[in-house]
Design a protein around this ligand. Structure first.
Ligand code: SF4
Ligand code: SF4
Length: 424
């Protein structure tokens, strides 16, 4: 019997299927991550978190639940304010939806032509493969796209669901709606945890989450060096781990990594030779273990220097104003910060285009890969406008529509190699 089998069994995980998943994940991780040359020492922390992905952290969550009575909240989107969750002394984790699972069962409940991300979170639950999902006392969804909105109705029958209504515009009325939703979430958390959120607990939580964002902002600034001191794959992994590790531990570790990166830059060392074509990844989020495109890109003679994505800059670009003293001032600060998110669900959404152009300039990207999950209407629609603006700014770009399957790897490689040649 394995080290964590008893815990997984208790969580009602399908043990043989789970063992199969872990084997594939381990091999995938070895091929994509451990095989890289010249990684930083500090990456061992990420390797440990990943190799123990369903072990150590899940054990910590179970202990926090049993010994401290803390609640665990699962999310699928960066709109759920982690500050409130922490202020209620609960733990927030991003639930991965980055691999195919339980497809057959899923397609009995939702249409086949649904994006892989939605199918994945449904599939992990139906196939009883995810100890994080099973650890959740509440799973918070949001109405950011029709696919998710409707899938949550079905998901709510098999998981403890709560849905926040995200507005689709950013007028005063929409802000009022969003503020009301933030207050409704606050009340829900208070009821669930039995803890009242105070100005003091919220202030502390705002600083914790801002510090996490600042650590990744620091990392992103360091990535701009040429030669690039860290691969896009490793940077993506850092962003991904940020969704489920303890936030304070994560912040410390990322800052330690950044110290090492600074030393590496001072020595003029990089993960690829100076002058290697630099690409920006833009579009849909990449949850663990969705590493296909970064891997293919960085095996095609390019380095990824930034991610305009929710598993990337969209999640950390804006901080919450820390000057609020009263609870109401802080709720206002949260409302404003979260409404700055430029998800493709908004109409109009011109700030996303501006943000992509700025990021391309800041990272000195030679080109942009617009990553879109198949059947994702919001991002597929925005691709046209983004492409036009990049063209006007004379930044080459290419749209990649794909899912979590491996069938198109060779085809993707051919296309990306040609793109890299073009931007050289
Ligand atoms: S892309 Fe939109 S829906 Fe998806 S995680 Fe980001 S904010 Fe949420
Ligand atoms: S990837 Fe697109 S379709 Fe899928 S959940 Fe996100 S916004 Fe919706």
């Amino acid at each position: 019997m394995g080290k964590y089998d008893a815990m997984w069994e208790k969580l009602n995980i399908d043990l043989p299927a789970h063992e199969g998943l872990m084997e594939v994940l381990g091999k995938f991780y070895g091929d994509i991550y451990l095989s890289q040359q010249g990684r930083l020492q500090g990456m061992e922390y990420l390797d440990l978190v990943l190799s123990e992905i369903h072990g150590l952290r899940v054990k910590e969550l179970q202990e926090a639940k049993q010994l401290q009575g803390r609640k665990v909240i699962g999310t699928f989107c960066v709109f759920v304010p982690e500050e409130l969750t922490i202020a209620a002394n609960a733990i927030q984790i991003g639930l991965c939806s980055g691999a195919d699972a339980g497809k057959e069962q899923v397609e009995k409940l939702i249409p086949r032509n649904t994006c892989a991300l939605i199918k994945s979170f449904m599939g992990f639950k139906l196939a009883r493969l995810c100890p994080f999902t099973e650890s959740c006392d509440l799973i918070v969804g949001e109405t950011t796209c029709d696919g998710k909105k409707k899938a949550y109705e079905t998901f709510g029958k098999i998981a403890p669901m709560y849905v926040m209504e995200v507005p689709q515009r950013k007028s005063e009325q929409d802000r009022a709606l969003w503020k009301a939703e933030i207050l409704r979430y606050k009340e829900t958390l208070e009821k669930l945890t039995g803890n009242t959120i105070t100005a003091q607990s919220l202030k502390k939580a705002i600083v914790i989450v801002n510090n996490k964002r600042k650590a990744i902002q620091r990392l992103n600034k360091l990535r701009v060096a040429d030669p690039v001191p860290i691969s896009g794959r490793d940077a993506l992994l850092i962003n991904q781990v940020g969704f489920y590790d303890d936030p304070e531990r994560f912040t410390n570790q990322v800052n330690l990594l950044c110290d090492q990166l600074e030393e590496k830059i001072a020595r003029g060392e990089g993960v690829a030779p100076q002058g290697t074509p630099r690409l920006l990844m833009s579009g849909c989020p990449m949850a663990v273990p969705n590493w296909k495109l970064p891997y293919v890109t960085e095996s095609s003679g390019a380095v990824i220097v930034g991610e305009e994505s929710c598993v990337g800059t969209r999640n950390i670009r804006d901080l919450v104003d820390e000057s609020g003293q009263t609870l109401d001032e802080m709720i206002d600060a949260l409302t404003d910060r979260y409404l700055k998110i430029d998800c493709a669900c908004f109409t109009p959404n011109s700030e996303r285009v501006d943000n992509i152009l700025n990021l391309a300039k800041e990272t000195r990207a030679d080109g942009v890969l617009q990553y879109t999950l198949l059947f994702c209407q919001p991002y597929a629609q925005e691709n046209f406008r983004v492409e036009k603006s990049l063209q006007d700014a004379e930044i080459p770009s290419m749209v990649i529509e794909t899912d979590y399957g491996m069938e198109d790897v060779e085809q993707l490689k051919t296309r990306i190699e040609a793109f890299v040649e073009m931007v050289k």
